[in-house]
Ligand binder design. Structure first.
Ligand code: NAD
Ligand code: LMR
Length: 332
């Protein structure tokens, strides 16, 4: 049995080699995310960067017997960490404490993300950038603005990671319906905070839930992050489930880059869906391909209730996006 496990770990199905960098690798998300990326056979070079602790995490993760190199980098080595990266995942920044909104993180995280985006623009301008740092609805526009300023913005390669909302939707729906979450596929659109998180339950087999149950379920998906923040009682927010979500999304991006077909994830991207209404970024189903975003899918048929949620989300998103864009323009 041991031999079987060992040989499975060593047998790589990857047809191409990929360098993935994690910025914020020493943190609550960064550490388990780095471990999960080490287990991904498409990742052949894992670069772990943080302002503190990355070499230790790298030494630890590097003992996992998969066919990749792992290296840790300190703040003076960001160039080496980023150079040649195909995918850069960014969970750097502070998490919430009870009573805080994601937007309350803006003042601290905006400049962290801006500076990391500048480094990415300089040292790895062709990489796909996967933004986890909150508030995602604003940090993604910050990155876009930095890249535009540097002349290297590629909207097909900038992603806000909203996969945790999708995982929560599967899990919470299954708890209500008494089903296996593995089989519950829920499209979640909009953004990544409160009312901007919109699970499209009408597109699942659970479309006929009684109104009170539906409302409670949607509310739980929208505010699932608060459950973890409250339970951790000052020690941070979701890290382990987020690591799983980040690893899944990064894996899908790599699958797309490798030319696999029909790779679809919900993600917050530069989106044509509501641009004419002033919403520059929106999360919806996206097909991932060799150049990043291959197709931004429409929302499909919505119930009247969901139409209302989307309308409300657009107003909040416009403000969140503007806040990020203005910050980047005023604090270059
Ligand atoms: P954490 O405090 O445990 O870890 C953050 C790490 O970032 C630390 O190791 C810190 O040293 C590092 N860091 C800070 N400034 C940096 C910089 N300039 N360069 C590189 N590294 C830097 O926090 P966490 O729990 O891992 O959460 C990180 C972020 O992810 C938070 O903003 C949180 O709100 C967000 N988050 C997003 C989602 C999502 O669904 N997108 C889910 C959970 C958490
Ligand atoms: C989450 O959804 O768990 C994250 O955005 C972290 C948070 O602040 O809730």
């Amino acid at each position: 049995m041991f031999g079987k496990i060992a040989s499975r770990n060593f047998s790589s199905t990857a047809s191409t080699a990929y360098k993935v960098a994690v910025l914020g690798a020493g943190g609550g998300i960064g550490q388990p995310l780095s471990l999960l990326l080490k287990l991904n056979h498409k990742v052949t070079d894992l670069a772990l960067y943080d302002i503190k602790g990355a070499p230790g995490v790298a030494a630890d993760v590097s003992h996992v017997p998969t066919n990749s190199t792992v290296k840790g980098y300190n703040p003076d080595q960001i160039k080496e960490a980023l150079t040649g990266s195909d995918v850069i995942v960014i969970p750097a920044g502070v998490p919430r404490k009870p009573g805080m909104s994601r937007d309350d993180l803006f003042n601290t995280n905006a400049s962290i993300v801006r500076d990391l985006a500048k480094a990415a623009a300089e040292y790895s301008p062709n990489a796909a950038l996967l933004i986890i740092s909150n508030p995602v609805n604003s940090t993604v526009p910050i990155v876009a603005e930095v890249l535009k300023e540097k002349g290297v913005y590629n909207p097909k390669k900038l992603f806000g990671v909203t996969t945790l909302d999708v995982l929560r939707a599967s899990r919470f729906v299954s708890e209500v319906a008494g089903t296996n979450p593995v089989n519950e596929k829920v499209t979640v659109v909009g953004g990544h905070s409160g009312v901007t998180i919109i699970p499209l339950l009408s597109q699942t087999v659970h479309k006929s839930l009684p109104t009170d149950k539906r409302d409670a379920l949607v509310h739980r998906i929208q505010f699932g992050g608060d459950e973890v923040v409250k339970a951790k009682d000052g020690a941070g927010s979701a890290t382990l489930s987020m690591a799983q979500a980040g690893a899944r999304f990064a894996s899908s991006v790599l699958d797309g880059l490798a030319g696999e077909r029909d790779v679809i994830e919900c993600t917050f991207v530069d989106s044509p869906l509501f641009k004419d209404e002033g919403v520059e970024f929106f999360s919806s189903k996206v097909t991932l391909g060799v150049d990043g975003v291959e197709k931004v899918h429409g929302l499909g048929e919505l119930s009247d209730y969901e139409e209302g949620l989307v309308k409300e989300a657009k107003d909040t998103l416009i403000k969140n996006i503007k806040k990020g864009t203005d910050f980047a323009k005023q604090n270059p």
